[in-house]
Design a protein around this ligand. Structure first.
Ligand SMILES: [Mn+2]
Length: 284
């Protein structure tokens, strides 16, 4: 992506640029390029993502190289597929039959890209804008969410990251407790931030449901249907079957299923304007 020439001399947008927050990219680099062309992404603009930059789509390597090239004009929260990539690089986990990251793993700059990616956060709170990959459970206050994110981010960025990625996978503990410790605590935090869709009233995670809101298992409801303490507007991804619909005006889903052949969506954070493009060919 070459941003030169997109600004005409009469461009009246602010010199400090705009911030475009895009939904799950999942290796759909062509669609990302089309979306950035659609918004007129320029040299002063910033690109943020709700996570899942990689996997399932055709060009995870292109997405990561581009995102990294934006330097301080890019940030994202980590999604479950991003963590899966890091778990293959650092934790010895295999590339599965449904993964599409073989070229990324074989690339000479893979170690650099992985090291850069593991320094991205799990949670962004800029007051008016809160960004997470899957959601924030109603049993956490905003302060708890921030503290829990910082705790695991320190592990993923620190010298113990390989041990974390080796032991990251698992569905237990499915219920948060304040006295969870060690790997159980870190796994629970990651599962809430990056894999959650449904919880029960106590906050217990349900991992199997990935469909719409029409056929929920008894006793469980979407995390955003419970009263929560959220300041600002909360943006998330991860749940493509929702197509963005939460029924709550300040909780906005941005995963509109590009990798499943639907659309890729971005919001301009400064004014809430929404943009979307159809999935490029070759993004199944
Ligand atoms: Mn996801």
């Amino acid at each position: 992506m070459n941003g030169q020439g997109r600004h005409s001399p009469t461009d009246d947008r602010p010199a400090c640029g705009s911030t475009y927050l895009v939904g799950d990219i999942q290796g759909c680099f062509e669609s990302l390029e089309a979306l950035l062309a659609e918004v007129g992404f320029g040299d002063a603009d910033r690109l943020w993502c709700v996570g899942d930059l990689v996997n399932r789509g055709p060009d995870s390597l292109g997405v990561l190289r581009f995102a990294r090239s934006l330097d301080e004009r890019f940030t994202c929260v980590l999604g479950n597929h991003d963590l899966h990539f890091l778990a293959m690089v650092y934790g010895g986990h295999p590339h599965r039959a449904t993964d599409t990251m073989a070229d990324l793993l074989a690339a000479p700059d893979c170690p650099d890209l992985a090291d850069w990616l593991r320094h991205q956060p799990l949670f962004i709170d800029r007051g008016d804008w809160v960004v997470v990959h899957a959601g924030i459970p109603h049993i956490w206050t905003t302060t708890m969410a921030r503290d829990n994110a910082r705790e695991v981010e320190a592990v993923i960025r620190g010298p113990g990251h390989a041990g974390f990625f080796r032991a990251m996978y698992g569905n237990e503990p499915a219920l948060w407790r304040d006295d969870l410790a060690g790997m159980d605590r870190h796994r629970a935090i990651v599962n809430y931030f990056t894999r959650m869709r449904l919880v029960d009233v106590e906050g217990r995670l349900e991992f199997s449901h990935k469909g719409t809101l029409d056929d929920l298992p008894p006793g469980y409801a979407p995390w955003f249907s419970y009263p929560t303490e959220i300041d600002g507007t909360l943006y998330f991804g991860h749940w493509a079957a929702l197509d963005g619909a939460t029924g709550r005006p300040r909780v906005i889903g941005l995963d509109t299923g590009c990798v499943w052949g639907r659309t890729m969506t971005a919001v301009r954070l400064e004014d809430g304007a929404m943009f979307s493009v159809s999935a490029a060919e070759g993004c199944p």
